[in-house]
Design a protein around this ligand. Structure first.
Ligand code: 73E
Length: 835
């Protein structure tokens, strides 16, 4: 029964329907009301955390009103919607973003000041929503922002982890992981205890026949867990559209809470079962670009896919449309292979539950899904063991085998007698145990597969997915180069720069059409503008220097060249190359005369990023950075000429302070390994120059801003295989400058050298897979150029301004429109149109 109020009774509703605060006075009223009633506090015990909560609740009310309207309007018009399935949403803080998006931050600032608070203090009370590891999760968050801003009817689906990515503490130079329990006083989620789905696991498959003698399969569950929906409103910038992010939380199924055990007096074990059910959504796996094949991870994936699909199908069925219209109404985007089971689950629902024929069901499935690949690293490609799948999802494994059978039959027809081809493209890898290759299901079950930058999209077509290009032709594969939202990464993170740009361009339209930045080029020679530009960078550097002082205790000279590398710690991202370069710099400084030192540009090398808890090599890199810092930072010969900083617990809110403050940032992955990278875009958009390899989006950034405005170095992707081969068969020659660095480490300059043997031997003895030695010379030479060019501040400033002016292409809005046109085939829906 629809829970809806009959028309004659709606009058009272309409009269009292909630409305939005629109003035400072109304904001203050809402704030005080929430403090006094929702939070049960008063002006006598309102601290900054309460001030944050009061402000957040006032804005939340606004969002929820818009959210309701948006959802009603989207349901009413019933046009095609997008569902973005991602295991990670790296959202960061919501309040500042909400205030800026609804355009009420100034009102809130003045209101809070009247009530005795500084808005910055309230904002900084908020705990980051850190339901992601790195770029993949942050991309999902940028998608949500753009989809709402561009008025696309779109939902995100994810998991409501009780623990987000761990908090990183550095203790004696080592990374320690602290659980991130983030849900206490989180005002941004709405539990929907009435929206639940029972999810099955384990059990077995029954085969029977219907009246027509047709085979029907049904899956008898061995275990059931309940999914409960939690909704998070996603406001767009300067639009009424407020979309929904639905996160699923697991708990024991109501029927499942074992009354048998309960009545038998086994209360404890009944509660323990409940605990087990809750572990499914308990914790985000902290691995970036690495898959470890853990059963709980597969359970998370199925739990979330099944709940989301049930929800999507339920919504579709309400419209009473024919099944064939499903792909006209619904686009589902798979953020990497993590949600690949959604393909299998939809096929299962259509054939086992809804009774469709296989072929018709499969047409619907492939018409609905799109798959985005984010990595070519072999250790990140998902494979699940067949026995594990057989046990956990027996019916799904059967369907996977059928998908594979029909697929291989079609391949055999087109390429008869090519047995190698069949074994190469089979979904099942014939290893011990056999493995299910999830990327292959994702390709076969989607109508479009995309990479995330040009080089990466070319690489997947010529390497890991080559055979599928032969089979399907090149049209199934496409490129959509990543982007970032200028709302958070310019306007919110760098309000002064945003205001200066708005002043020159006559308003903030560039925040929704980033290509308008190109008008800035006309002001490159404007003296006053240049001065303001460089003053803003100086103030942003001061802001970072303060953060550094707060978290590390080190004072840095804000006039130094700030050189930043912040991202997940990974061998392929080569933080080891950076720290070896720092050691080289230190040794060179030590060898100089005082006269020579006077000519040196002072530098602060700033690192930040988390290592996966089980990634030994990455943890050693962090330890080396901190060990070098401990020696260099207290060396009185060196003073301000070199400082080494590791900022612990790098996250979205710290990135908002770090990105606007760099002079140069490092994006130095081994060519061909970083699919795109997105922090490169954040730094350039904030007026920092970058040093980088010819990899991922660096290449397209270079094309846009011009090669005179970027410091490129190192070997090219096309030469990597050859070089690796030569390391083993041509004899390995260690770069002489790197050799000197290693000698210093081995002499104990940075403490007990045995802590660093594996780092060094991976290069000296085990083939230097990431080409650190091959690129070292070119890296050092390029840093020398950076020093030289930094001394010409006028030139540097021109490069900074010109680069920002040319960054329009990297807006997430361009990305979202490309997905909408070439993959989803959806149109925006303007909520303002509503009567
Ligand atoms: O290059 C980045 C890319 O910019 C890539 O490494 C990252 O995705 C970003 C957004 O497209 C990424 N993360 C993962 N794979 N690629 C990943 C894999 C497994 C688990 C968690 C993250």
């Amino acid at each position: 029964v629809e829970a809806s109020i009959p028309e004659p009774l709606r009058e009272a509703w309409r009269k009292h329907s909630a409305s939005e605060f629109t003035s400072k006075d109304e904001f203050e009223r809402e704030f005080v009301r929430h403090i006094e009633t929702t939070l049960a506090r008063s002006l006598y015990n309102c601290d900054e955390l309460a001030a944050y909560s009061g402000t957040a609740l006032a804005f939340r009310d606004r969002l929820i009103i818009e959210w309701n309207r948006t959802q009603q309007r989207q349901t009413f018009t019933d046009q095609k919607r997008v569902y973005y399935l991602s295991l990670e949403f790296l959202m960061g803080r919501a309040l500042d973003n909400a205030m800026l998006n609804v355009g009420m931050k100034d009102i809130a600032r003045d209101g809070l000041a009247d009530l005795g608070f500084r808005i910055e203090d309230a904002i900084s009370q908020e705990h980051d929503a850190a339901l992601g590891n790195g770029g993949l999760g942050r991309l999902a968050a940028c998608f949500l922002d753009s989809m709402a801003t561009l008025n696309y009817p779109a939902w995100g689906y994810g998991l409501r982890y009780r623990y987000g990515i761990f908090k990183q503490e550095i203790v004696n130079g080592y990374q320690m992981e602290i659980p991130d329990y983030w849900l206490d006083n989180n005002p941004w989620e709405f539990p929907r205890h009435d929206i639940t789905v029972d999810i099955q696991f384990y059990g077995h498959v029954n085969k029977s026949y219907d009246e027509d003698g047709k085979v029907v399969y049904s899956w008898e569950a061995g275990e059931t867990v309940q999914a409960v929906a939690y909704d998070v409103p996603i406001p767009g910038y300067r639009t009424k559209t407020t979309n929904n992010l639905r996160l699923w939380s697991s708990k024991a199924s109501s029927g499942e809470f074992d009354f048998q055990k309960f009545n038998a007096g086994d209360y404890e074990s009944a509660v323990a079962d409940q605990q087990t059910a809750e572990t499914i959504s308990a914790v985000l796996y902290p691995n970036d670009n690495l898959e470890r094949g853990k059963e709980l991870r597969l359970k998370q994936q199925y739990f979330w896919c099944a709940a989301s699909l049930y929800d999507i199908v339920r919504r579709f069925k309400k419209t009473k449309r024919a099944w064939s219209e499903f792909p006209d109404q619904i686009a589902i985007q798979l953020n990497d292979t993590h949600p690949t089971l959604a393909i299998v689950e939809l096929q299962r629902i259509l054939i086992d539950v809804e009774g469709l024929e296989w072929d018709e069901a499969w047409r619907i499935v492939t018409g609905t899904f799109g798959y985005t690949n984010h990595t070519v690293l072999p250790e990140a490609l998902e494979k699940w063991s067949v026995p594990l799948m057989q046990n956990l999802l027996p019916r799904h494994l059967q369907i996977i085998y059928d998908i594979n059978l029909f697929f291989l039959q079609s391949v055999e027809k087109r390429f008869p007698n090519d047995r190698d081809m069949l074994s190469r493209v089979s979904i099942i890898e014939e290893s011990h145990p056999k493995m299910v290759r999830m990327a292959y299901i994702a390709i076969i079950g989607s109508h479009k597969v995309n990479g995330v930058a040009e080089l990466h999209s070319d690489l997947i077509k010529t390497t890991i997915f080559k055979d599928f290009v032969t089979i399907y032709g090149p049209d199934r594969f496409t490129n959509v180069t990543n982007g970032i939202t200028p709302r958070r990464w310019l306007h919110q993170a760098n309000p002064e720069l945003s205001a200066l740009i708005a002043d020159k361009l006559g308003g903030y339209d560039f925040l929704t059409d980033l290509t308008l930045l190109d008008k800035l080029e006309a002001f490159v020679d404007d003296k006053k503008f240049r001065q303001e530009w460089s003053d803003i960078k100086a103030r942003n550097k001061l802001r970072l220097a303060k953060l550094i002082k707060d978290v590390t205790g080190y004072s840095v000279n804000p006039n130094s060249l700030f050189d930043v590398q912040v991202k997940r710690i990974h061998e392929y991202k080569r933080q080891q190359l950076n720290i070896f370069g720092v050691i080289h710099r230190y040794l060179s400084l030590k060898a100089m005369t005082p006269e020579e030192r006077k000519k040196v540009v002072p530098r602060v090398s700033i690192f930040g990023g988390k290592a996966a808890p089980g990634y030994w090599m990455a943890k050693s890199i962090i330890y080396l950075i901190n060990s070098v810092a401990a020696v260099v930072n207290k060396d009185e010969d060196i003073g301000d000429l070199l400082k080494v900083i590791f900022i612990e617990d790098y996250n979205v809110s710290k990135a908002e302070i770090i990105c606007p403050a760099s002079d140069i940032s490092e994006h130095i992955s081994t060519a061909g390994t970083e699919a795109s990278g997105t922090s490169n875009m954040k730094f350039v958009l904030n007026g920092g120059l970058i040093i980088g390899t010819c990899d991922g989006a660096n290449i397209e950034i270079t094309r846009e801003i011009g090669e005179q405005n970027i410091f490129l170095f190192g070997n090219l992707a096309e030469d990597v295989d050859d070089l690796r081969h030569r390391h083993f068969y041509g004899g390995f020659q260690l770069d002489p400058q790197l050799k000197r660095v290693f000698e210093a480490i081995k002499e104990g300059t940075f403490g007990d050298p045995s802590s660093f043997t594996s780092l060094i031997s991976s290069i000296e003895e085990h083939g230097d897979y990431y080409l650190v030695s091959d690129d070292f010379n070119s890296y050092i030479a390029t840093h020398d150029m950076v020093d030289k060019e930094f001394q010409n501040q006028e030139e540097w400033l021109a490069k900074s301004i010109t680069s920002v002016a040319r960054m329009g292409f990297f807006s997430m809005d361009r990305v979202t429109n490309e997905y909408a046109d070439s993959i989803w085939n959806v149109e925006p829906l303007d909520i303002e149109d509503e009567a």
